[in-house]
Design a protein around this ligand. Structure first.
Ligand SMILES: Nc1ncnc2c1ncn2[C@@H]1O[C@H](COP(=O)(O)OP(=O)(O)OP(=O)(O)O)[C@@H](O)[C@H]1O
Length: 909
């Protein structure tokens, strides 16, 4: 099916049908649409050109009849340039002469030139014509007689002013200066709309007798699987997503677009509202609703959904009757005129690429500010964008630059119809300057995008939702009293067994979920699993080297830290030191904490060989991929740039070509690096710093990813892992996660799994934002000590925690699972039975009681940890490499040495 195409031209309003329209059978006539007026600017007709070609056959015309001899078209034009991404400069008129030749005029009637040669009828709309230094494209034919006469008059008038001809001015009535509501409605034949559309040709009636009704920009009957937005009482016309976009949307994306549309238009969904993206519902308007939080997990296509929303709101409005036309009588936009997208600077290029990918920058003008420009230049650009330019509709700007230009934005804020904040969890702090600058813009419609869950910290959640929809959650003190206090109390470990507190907390959680359902949407990455190639998640426990054991020992022997009195925060430096040893003992040579407290540097030997188990396993994986899967590439992720240095040296030593992106990479280089990696076959590896580069990057050139170390926050690891397993990926993906056997790595892994499991209980979202900031709540002193315990006699502490199988490549079977769960439950129940009631711990406690309590809490915590970790590892196969050598090829790993145990799970359709 040939679809309508829209270039980046001034907006053509929705079709207006008069009451005289009659429907013709499909295909009976070429479609003719009636648009809002598009008169020529008579006021400017003084600025006409002086020269007119002698052989001019264009108007002036002496009669209606003669005007029919020539066809008239609306056009757009731009200066000729060699730029890659061009936008249009303005509107014009084209006349097609009897001999098929074309003449172009600017909007004010100024003659621009004549086309070279005579174009064939079927290319007349497709082709971009060159004339007198301009590029011109025909948009639509003007069919209505009065409009033709009027245009002919303007062209004639211009001619007369040029002194070449004056016939028309005396013969054609000069139309009045355009007042939007009074102008004639021209019929415009839209060439790109399917010939078979049911739009009818209208007959002109005098404006007195006309009652105006509208029909949508796209005919749903002609669009396969049309995406029709929800309706509301005041709407004059259906809004239908441009098929150029809707045909690409996945079902969850259709739902997402409708969700955002409803929110920004203030359409309130009833409590039982369900949407599969195919139904159209009539909704009530709700005044305080004008923004939403789209918190889908990464990779679900939030950018495409938002681009669809932007394009729809730029081009269409459900209430054209309320959109005032411009001076020239044109509706130059839909619901919104200009859109502001704010994102981390690293994602600006990505936004532009996505606009290019889905719409093409010929259709939509996307402005970005140069990273090099001065604040003054930026301000000028922003002012131009909002006040002058018609060729740009979207400004994408980094959070980093926002404050520089916020005065200008505020000054011109009335033009901004929609604000999009990507990675919007950055705005969770109510004191943030950026948030306050954005609030001052007072944009009527807002969309906030994030892949990072923020629902678990309720005051942050409040800040964000109140920014989006001022007043919707009431005042903060009331919100705190009604929701934060009871919910937080129920999460407190001390209230774990207080049924009243738990019950109230659960009820309030539920109430909050209901209240915010209208404004928030979060779907997990499982949603798109069926559109992606299979993925295998491989968890590898790597045997530490003797260097590592020595380094651990030396640190523990020499450290002056008081283990009996530590908190997570006070032991952070030691934790970091342990994590470094897990990565490579060479890293602790420059560690400040080590130098001042542990003095274990002398134990580190200089060696070119990998000095940690994980480095050895990494090297084997790389060699294996390089030889056995030579067309595949690999991304290697670490949280530490120093670790990336070590890995980079290893790659260089073994002649693996690589690129690298970390916090120090200038933003203008990032796109280039990503493109090089994705497109140049000889680049084998991509070294990525998880925190500075994980978000938004698209590394589908690789199908293998090694997560060399892990973060406490599972969301950061998830972000990194989804860089390769995302839409557009065609190969099966393998994710290798490396942990040092029996060391702190494993403990962090267990905590990650627990956090995932705990936080997904609230509002359905995995991850835990609060835990990102503080881990103190998750660790008792004994548990902290446990972090620094290095177990030398285990194949995997995590496996020991959850299972006692031999590792023959089976999943944990249900029977065994039940058995283990029963054991855990009995253990937990037994502990609960012994647990002293709250009153027994009030005031002083005797030593015996205290001892019992510590022991109980330790046992309890191990039992609960085991239960949660087991839950999270459901579906993983347990492998002892000594027993399962045949898996070597399947997972591209050399099992024998260095790997003590493995879990793996294959995600297929
Ligand atoms: N319907 C689709 N068909 C094909 N590719 C798609 C589709 N939707 C999205 N994509 C592609 O999938 C990739 C991921 O999309 P996008 O970056 O929008 O995800 P996201 O939800 O914003 O993730 P993140 O939070 O990681 O940025 C992009 O390359 C995008 O072009």
């Amino acid at each position: 099916m040939q679809l309508p195409q829209y270039n980046n031209k001034p907006f053509k309003s929705p079709v207006i049908l008069t009451d005289t329209h009659t429907r013709t059978p499909n295909g009976a006539k070429p479609p003719t649409r009636t648009y809002a007026p598009k008169p020529l600017d008579l006021g400017n007709s003084r600025n006409i050109i002086k020269k007119r070609p002698i052989d001019d056959q264009t108007p002036p015309l002496t009669s209606q009849r003669s005007s029919k001899a020539i066809s008239y078209y609306f056009t757009t034009y731009r200066k000729r340039s060699t730029k890659k991404n061009k936008t249009w400069d303005g509107d014009g008129i084209c006349t097609k002469l009897n001999n098929g030749g074309l003449r172009f005029y600017k909007e004010n009637g100024q003659f621009m030139g004549t086309s070279q040669g005579i174009p064939a009828d079927n290319e007349i709309y497709e082709k971009i014509f060159s004339c007198a230094g301009f590029e011109v494209q025909l948009d639509s034919q003007i069919c209505e007689e009065p409009e033709i006469t009027r245009i002919a008059a303007i062209l004639g008038k211009s001619t007369s002013a040029s002194g070449v001809s004056s016939r028309s001015t005396s013969l054609s009535p000069s139309p009045p200066r355009i007042v939007a509501s009074k102008v004639h409605k021209p019929n415009i034949a839209i060439p790109m709309v399917k010939k078979s559309t049911q739009f009818t040709q209208s007959t002109h009636l005098s404006s007195k007798t006309r009652t105006t009704s509208y029909s949508p920009l796209f005919d749903p009957a002609q669009v396969e699987n049309a995406l029709i937005m929800n309706r509301f009482e005041e709407a004059d016309v259906d809004v239908i997503v441009d098929p150029i976009l809707s045909r690409h949307l996945r079902p969850h994306q259709r739902v997402g677009v409708k969700f955002m549309y409803d929110c920004v238009l203030g359409l309130s969904r009833p409590a039982d509202y369900e949407d599969d993206g195919t139904t159209v519902t009539k909704l009530e308007k709700m005044d305080e609703l004008n923004g939403c939080l789209l918190a889908d997990e990464m990779g679900l296509g939030k950018t495409l959904m938002t681009i669809t929303l932007i394009w729809t709101l730029l081009k269409q409005t459900p209430i054209p009757s309320k959109t005032s036309p411009t001076m020239s009588g044109l509706f130059n936009h839909g619901v919104c005129g200009k859109v502001l997208v704010i994102c981390p600077v690293t994602l600006i290029g990505n936004w532009k690429r996505e606009f290019q990918k889905w719409l093409g920058l010929n259709r939509i003008g996307v402005l970005t500010l140069s990273t090099k420009s001065t604040p003054e230049k930026d301000k000028l650009e922003v002012r131009n964008f909002l006040k002058v330019q018609r060729s740009y509709q979207v400004l994408v700007i980094g959070y980093e630059k926002l404050l520089n230009v916020s005065d200008t934005l505020i000054e011109c804020r009335s033009s901004i119809g929609l604000l999009v904040c990507d990675e919007g969890h950055r705005l969770k702090n109510s004191q943030s300057k950026t948030l306050n600058a954005l609030k001052s813009l007072d944009v009527p419609r807002k969309v906030l995008l994030t892949g990072t869950p923020i629902q678990n910290d309720l005051s942050e959640f409040y800040t964000i939702l109140s920014f989006l929809n001022d007043g919707i959650l009431g005042s903060f003190p009331n919100f705190k009293r009604d929701f934060i206090n009871p919910i937080t109390a129920s999460r407190d470990v001390n209230n774990k067994y207080n049924e009243i507190v738990q019950g109230k907390g659960a009820a309030k959680s539920q109430e909050l979920i209901e209240l915010t359902k209208k404004l928030t949407l979060r779907r997990t990455s499982d949603t798109i699993a069926k559109f992606l190639p299979p993925k295998t998640d491989i968890v590898l426990f790597c045997r530490p080297t003797s260097h590592q054991y020595k380094a651990f020992e030396s640190v523990l022997m020499n450290t002056s830290i008081n283990m009996s009195n530590m908190t997570y925060s006070s032991s952070l430096a030691l934790i970091t030191l342990f994590k470094k040893i897990c990565n490579s003992p060479s890293l602790i040579r420059q560690d400040t904490f080590n130098l001042t407290n542990a003095e274990s540097k002398n134990t580190i030997t200089n060696t070119l060989e990998p000095d940690s188990g994980k480095l050895r396993v990494l090297l084997k994986i790389l060699k294996n991929i390089n030889t056995s899967y030579s067309e595949e590439k690999v991304v290697i992720v670490s949280n530490y740039t120093k670790t990336l240095d070590v890995i980079q040296r290893l790659l260089n030593t073994h002649n693996f070509s690589s690129v690298r992106l970390d916090g120090s990479t200038p933003s203008k280089e990032r796109d280039k690096i990503v493109n090089t990696f994705n497109t140049v076959p000889s680049v084998f590896a991509f070294l990525l710093s998880a925190k500075s580069g994980g978000v938004g990057l698209n590394l589908i050139g690789a199908s293998r990813l090694v997560l060399f170390d892990n973060d406490w926050n599972p969301a950061i690891d998830q972000q990194a892992m989804s860089r390769i397993h995302r839409d557009g990926q065609e190969k099966a993906c393998f994710i290798y996660r490396l942990f040092s056997t029996g060391c702190i790595d494993e403990k962090i892994f267990q905590r990650q799994l627990m956090k995932n499991s705990l936080s997904s209980k609230f509002m359905g979202g995995p991850g835990n934002a609060k835990a990102l900031e503080s881990n103190d709540d998750l660790f008792a002193v004994e548990e902290l000590k446990d972090l620094f315990t290095v177990l030398t006699d285990t194949l995997s502490n995590t496996h020991d925690l959850i299972c006692s199988c031999e590792g023959y490549g089976d999943e944990q079977d249900d029977e065994q699972d039940d058995e283990n769960t029963d054991q855990d439950c009995t253990k937990v129940e037994k502990i609960r039975a012994y647990k002293p009631g709250p009153s027994q711990f009030e005031g002083w406690t005797n030593a015996m009681q205290l001892q019992t309590s510590i022991q109980i809490s330790q046992e309890e915590s191990v039992a609960e940890r085991a239960k949660l970790v087991r839950e999270c590892l459901t579906g993983y196969k347990h492998v002892n490499p000594q027993n399962q050598l045949h898996l070597k090829d399947r997972l591209a790993i050399d099992w024998k040495a260095d790997i003590t145990f493995a879990f793996f799970k294959e995600y297929t359709l």
